[in-house]
Design a protein around this ligand. Structure first.
Ligand SMILES: Cc1cc2nc3c(=O)[nH]c(=O)nc-3n(C[C@H](O)[C@H](O)[C@H](O)COP(=O)(O)O)c2cc1C
Length: 308
């Protein structure tokens, strides 16, 4: 292992910097802005069984220290993904994480199964912040529902590791993290966006058409760090399950905070909209930080927050 390599299940990333789902294109189109061989992994857009047009505009707005979006999982569906995107995966010069979403267990399993067969996809990330159409409740909302989903998905992932991406919404997500690990998660991705409302006070309209959207960017970072810290300390450390700390990384120090709080890797989302070339910069600066800390490997700094 080199100083910056990290492991997620059986997969070794060349460094801990991961581009988060839905923020770097469907299949790494951000390669036009950065050299993908300088980062640890890219995540695809979340793909569902059937194509989805998503919500009507306005679907995104910028706030002074974050972003609000209600894209509504717009995507081409797994059939088109297989036909148009899958062949690109093996020529991408970094690890590819396939993101899976759905509105039924069968839908998730079908997409996970297809991702598992794609040459070049090493890890599959299950986005559980999606409502089940049969009961309207989010799969990730309660540990029991989460387990019933993951217990069906895990057996089809014969070639790929299973990452489970949890949202902060249920509050204390320690039981959800435990459930994911018991179902065989190889890593946890924490966190997704946080449901929020922004209002234009002159028109008195919500700033995005769906009213409530998902908040991301700088403003959510301390929340995400707290969650990574608690999940690492109380659940993941003992189980030796790595965490991808995601939420509000705008500069290298934010990524380093996640590592000290217990993340093995870090996810960058909104920052790529501000500066598409940010990820390699953060990766380089993290490497210098590891050297300054006198460590041979970034793994020595995972969870190394010192508490007096
Ligand atoms: C425009 C946009 C689209 C997103 N699409 C997805 C998605 O398809 N699947 C998913 O799991 N997360 C999605 N996310 C959430 C991000 O992957 C990430 O978890 C979240 O934005 C927090 O990280 P950040 O503050 O660095 O953006 C999306 C976020 C944004 C801003």
């Amino acid at each position: 292992m080199t100083a910056m390599q990290v492991k997620l299940g059986n997969t070794t990333l060349r460094n801990p910097v991961v581009l988060a789902a839905g923020t770097c294109g469907v299949m790494g189109e951000i390669k036009d802005a950065i050299n993908l061989s300088t980062i640890g992994a890219i995540t695809t857009k979340s793909i569902t069984k059937d194509p989805r047009v998503g919500n009507s505009p306005v679907r995104m707005t910028t706030l002074s220290n974050g972003m609000l979006n209600a894209i509504g999982l717009a995507n081409e569906g797994i059939q088109s993904f297989i036909e148009k995107q899958s062949a690109k995966a093996k020529s991408i010069d970094t690890t590819v994480i396939g993101s899976v979403a759905g509105d039924s267990i069968d839908g998730y399993v079908e997409v996970a199964n297809a991702m598992n067969e794609i040459d070049g996809i090493d890890l599959v990330e299950i986005n559980v912040s999606c409502p089940n159409t049969s009961d309207g409740l989010e799969f990730g909302g309660c540990p029991k529902r989460l387990s019933s989903l993951l217990n069906e998905i895990k057996p089809v992932l014969t070639n790929t590791g299973m990452l489970v991406k949890l949202s902060a919404t249920p509050g204390d997500i320690r039981p959800h993290a435990k459930a994911a690990i018991e179902c065989g998660a190889d890593a946890l991705t924490l966190i997704n966006t946080i449901p929020s409302l922004a209002i234009d006070v002159e028109s008195r309209n919500p700033k995005i058409s769906r009213e409530v959207g998902g908040l991301s960017g700088e403003i959510i970072h301390p929340i995400a760090v707290r969650i990574v810290y608690e999940i690492y300390r109380d659940v993941a450390k003992e189980a030796s399950i790595p965490i991808i700390g995601t939420g509000g990384i705008m500069r290298w120090e934010d990524a380093a905070e996640f590592i000290l709080a217990g993340a093995s890797a870090v996810g960058i989302g909104t920052a790529s909209f501000v500066n598409p070339a940010i990820a390699p910069i953060i990766s380089k600066k993290l490497e210098k930080w590891v050297q300054r800390q006198g460590c041979n490997s970034i793994n020595e700094l995972v969870g190394a927050l010192s508490i007096h």
